[in-house]
Design a protein around this ligand. Structure first.
Ligand SMILES: O=c1[nH]c(=O)c2[nH]c(=O)[nH]c2[nH]1
Length: 303
């Protein structure tokens, strides 16, 4: 009895999860489109699977580049963007008979600073998590408020210059970059506030808004500067908070080189890398004030 022949079944291939951020900055009021795009081609790819012949294989790298190049003209609705990609690939290559294009679109709200929606500072919609810790140590009560996953981004008014250069330094100086981070913070209420009658909800809401405002308002010379600005703003405005610790990843957004495709890129199309990331952490405290170790015991990581 002869074995049945082994044949190639359904197949598709492409680049998954291309993180593209498009900033529209024709006016001072910037707009942001933030997508995670997957492109997969279907068609006649038998020779690649069966014979090592790549003549039909539109490289996944090419598919990725196409996504960035198309973003240069604006993204619009994710559906319209995916339709543009579908039409492009199916019309450019005879053997591409179809495919599957998918996108996730991340929603951003403008940060409200000084009572009005900010021109170029944004907060990711609805994902912040509030945290709380109470430690009882004899008669003492230590109360920590906190939050994490407060994702913020500013499309300009951020730079990084003046850092030392050695033989391993390749980073270019810039005075106009995207600054993005997921803020994690814990702050300690002291004395008067360590009481269940205190309005912790109002204090939390105030801290969240102060962190956002401070992030939005000042030029950022480094994420370190911005972290300190944010912590200071909280201590300046909330006397019942004794100290605050912040942990903030620097979520790098790299300007995509579109020159090979005959396109300029004046800080409009970015690749949002997920790793590695910078990690900036600091405590901001009041001069001379003690920090009770018991309050912070058992906190995983920096804060
Ligand atoms: O704000 C920044 N702080 C750094 O310490 C740093 N390092 C780096 O490569 N880029 C940046 N950006």
């Amino acid at each position: 009895m002869t074995e049945p022949a082994i044949v190639l079944g359904a197949n598709q291939y492409g680049k998954a999860e291309v993180r593209v951020v498009k900033v529209t900055r024709d006016t001072a009021r910037h707009e942001i489109d933030d997508l995670n795009v997957t492109s997969q081609l279907r068609g006649d790819f038998a020779a690649a699977h069966l014979a090592g012949d790549n003549a039909h294989v539109v490289a996944t790298d090419t598919q990725k580049n196409t996504i960035f190049a198309f973003a240069r003209d604006g993204i619009g609705s994710p559906e319209a963007f995916l339709l543009r990609l579908a039409d492009h690939f199916t019309s450019s290559f005879d053997w591409v008979s179809g495919g599957r294009w998918e996108a996730e679109r991340f929603a951003w709200d403008r940060i409200v600073a000084d009572g009005s929606p900010h021109d170029h500072a944004f907060v990711r919609s609805g994902q912040v998590v509030r945290t709380a810790v109470v430690v009882a140590d004899g008669a003492d009560r230590h109360v920590l408020g906190g939050l994490h996953s407060l994702t913020v981004l500013k499309t300009t008014e951020s730079g990084f210059e003046g850092f030392p250069r050695d033989r391993y330094t390749t980073l270019q100086e810039t005075s106009d970059r995207i600054l993005a981070t997921d803020v994690a913070a814990r702050w300690r209420y002291d004395g008067v506030a360590a009481d269940a009658g205190f309005d912790y909800d109002a204090a939390y809401e105030s801290v969240r808004l102060l962190l956002l405002e401070a992030f939005a308002e000042r030029y950022s010379a480094a994420l370190q500067t911005t972290l300190f600005d944010m912590g200071s703003r909280v201590l300046e405005r909330r006397p019942e908070i004794a100290e605050i610790r912040l942990s903030m990843p620097n979520k790098h957004h790299f300007v995509v080189d579109l020159a090979p495709f005959g396109l300029d890129n004046p800080n409009e199309v970015f690749f949002a890398a997920d790793r590695p990331y910078g990690l900036i952490e600091a405590a901001v405290t009041r001069a001379g004030a003690a920090s009770p170790a018991a309050a912070w015991e058992g906190i995983a990581g920096f804060c």
